[in-house]
Design a protein around this ligand. Structure first.
Ligand code: COA
Length: 385
C-alpha cells in the first residue's frame, strides 16, 4: 500500500523585514546576511499569532469536507509551544471541527518534531488504511534582538495530510536515524529565546548528515545516482549547502551540479521567510515542488535534523500529478501579498507580548485564526467568520 503526503499547506505571517535593512541597522556588511548566511527576508509574527494560530492556518488549507471525518490522528510538531501541559493539537480539533474520536498531541524534539510526527503518521495509516493523519509543523524562531542568531529567525507553519494513495509524495518506507545527546541548541522553559552554539551546531549537523548518508547507502545498497534531489533541514539557506558540499568532489561533477541546482529551487521560499524550525525541511519540499524542474516520479532524499540532537534520512517519490493537489497560486499570493515593516516596528513587536487580562496588544487582525485574549492565564483562540 502506498502511504505519504496527500495534501500540503503553508502559512507565513503577513509582516516581514528586509535583511539588508537589518544588516545596516546592526552595522554589519549586508553580504554577510544575504550571501554568508543566505537569507533575504524574515517573517515577523504579529502579537495575536503563535504556534497554535499558525498551525490552524496551514492545517485549514488541507482539511476539507471530503477528509475531515477520516482524520484519526493530529500531531503538532513545535518547539515554540504556548503551554507546558496542553497540546496545541487540541485547539486544532476544536477550531477545525475535527471528529472527537481522534488522538491529538504535540511532539517536541527541536527541528526534528515534524519528521517524528510524519513517521508516526505513516505507521498509523499503515495500521488504519481508511484513516488519515494531520501532521503540522509550526514555530516561531526567536534568538533575540542584536544576537548572532537574529538573522536566522523566522516564523510559519506547514501542514501535511498523510493518507494511503497519496497525491503529492509517496514515502518509500526506507529510513535511517540516530540520536546523540548534544548541546548545540536549547531553550529552557524560562526563556522566550533560544540559546545556541551556532558554529558547533553546524558541525554536528554536517556530521549527522555524513553519518546518516553513509548508513542509508549501506542499508539499502543505493547511491546518489538513485536520487534526483536531496532536501535538507534549512534553518538558514547556507546550512543545507554546507551538508550538500560534503558531496562535492566525491560524486560525479554532473550529478553534483544537478543536486546543487535542485537545492537552489528548494531554498527560494526559505530565503524569503526565514527559519520555520521544524517546518523548515517541509518548506524546502514545498519550494522545490513549486520552483523546481520536477521530473515525473522523481526520487527524493530528505535529511531531517533537530538539535539536541536527532537526525533522520528517508526517501520518497514525488507523484507525477502533484500540481493538481498543491495550491501553488495560493502560496505564491500569500508570499507576494506580505507587507514589509521597519526594523524599529519589528523590534517593537518583538519586545511586546499579550498580557493576562489585557487585550490592548491584539489589534489589526487580518488572519482567520487569532489569539483573542488571555483570561485567567488561559489562552483563548477565535476564528474570524
Ligand atoms: N560577505 C559574505 N559572506 C560573509 C561576510 C561578508 N561580508 N561576512 C561573513 N560572511 C560569511 C562567513 O564567512 C560565514 O560563512 P561560512 O559559514 O560559510 O564560513 C557566514 O557568513 C557567517 O559568518 P559568521 O562569522 O560565522 O557569523 P556569526 O558568528 O554571526 O554566526 C551563525 C552565524 C549562523 C552561527 C549564527 O547566526 C547562529 O548561531 N545562528 C543560530 C543557528 C543555529 O544554531 N541553528 C540551530 C538549528 S539547526
Amino acid at each position: 500500500m502506498d502511504i505519504g503526503i496527500d495534501r500540503l499547506g503553508f502559512y507565513v505571517p503577513q509582516k516581514y523585514i528586509d535583511l539588508v535593512e537589518l544588516a545596516n541597522e546592526r552595522d554589519v556588511d549586508p553580504n554577510k546576511f544575504t550571501i554568508g548566511i543566505g537569507q533575504s527576508k524574515q517573517a515577523v509574527p504579529d502579537l495575536y499569532q503563535d504556534a497554535v494560530t499558525m498551525a490552524l492556518e496551514s492545517a485549514d488549507q488541507v482539511v476539507n469536507e471530503d477528509n475531515r471525518e477520516d482524520i484519526g490522528l493530529v500531531i503538532v510538531g513545535t518547539e515554540s509551544s504556548v503551554d507546558e501541559s496542553k497540546a496545541s493539537a487540541t485547539y486544532l480539533v476544536d477550531l477545525l471541527d475535527l471528529p472527537e474520536d481522534v488522538r491529538a498531541f504535540e511532539i517536541k524534539e527541536a527541528c526534528y518534531g515534524a519528521t517524528a510526527g510524519l513517521q508516526m503518521a505513516y505507521n498509523f495509516v499503515a495500521m488504519n488504511p481508511d484513516k488519515k493523519a494531520l501532521v503540522v509543523a509550526s514555530d516561531i524562531a526567536r534568538y533575540g534582538i542584536n544576537t548572532p542568531g537574529e538573522v536566522t529567525q523566522g516564523a510559519g507553519s506547514v501542514a501535511m495530510l498523510i493518507s494511503k494513495d497519496p497525491h503529492i509524495l509517496k514515502l518509500d518506507n526506507k529510513s535511517v536515524y540516530m540520536t546523540r545527546n548534544v548541546g548545540d541548541f536549547w531553550r529552557p522553559v524560562f526563556s522566550k529565546t533560544a540559546f545556541a552554539r551556532g558554529k558547533y551546531s553546524n558541525e554536528v549537523y554536517v556530521d549527522f548528515f555524513k553519518t546518516l548518508w553513509e548508513k542509508f547507502q549501506t542499508k539499502y545498497d543505493m547511491t546518489v545516482q538513485d536520487f534526483d534531489t536531496m532536501l535538507f533541514h534549512i534553518p538558514y539557506t547556507k546550512m543545507g549547502l554546507k551538508a550538500l558540499r560534503t558531496l562535492d568532489g566525491n560524486i560525479p561533477d554532473a550529478k553534483y551540479k544537478e543536486l546543487e541546482e535542485h537545492y537552489q529551487s528548494s531554498i527560494e521560499i526559505s530565503r524569503n521567510v526565514g527559519n520555520l524550525y521544524t517546518g523548515s525541511l517541509y518548506l524546502g519540499l514545498i519550494s522545490y515542488l513549486i520552483n523546481g524542474d520536477v521530473k515525473p516520479n522523481e526520487h527524493l532524499m530528505l535529511f531531517s535534523y533537530g538539535s539536541g540532537a536527532v537526525g533522520e534520512i528517508y526517501s520518497a517519490e514525488i507523484k507525477s500529478d502533484y500540481k493538481k493537489y498543491l495550491d501553488i497560486e495560493y502560496i505564491k499570493k500569500e508570499l507576494n501579498d506580505r507587507k514589509k515593516i521597519s526594523i524599529s516596528d519589528y523590534e517593537d513587536i518583538f519586545e511586546k507580548e499579550v498580557e493576562n487580562g489585557d487585550v490592548t496588544a491584539i489589534s489589526d487582525v487580518h488572519d482567520k485564526f487569532y489569539l483573542s485574549e488571555i483570561k485567567e492565564n488561559e489562552r483563548l483562540y477565535k476564528k474570524l467568520e
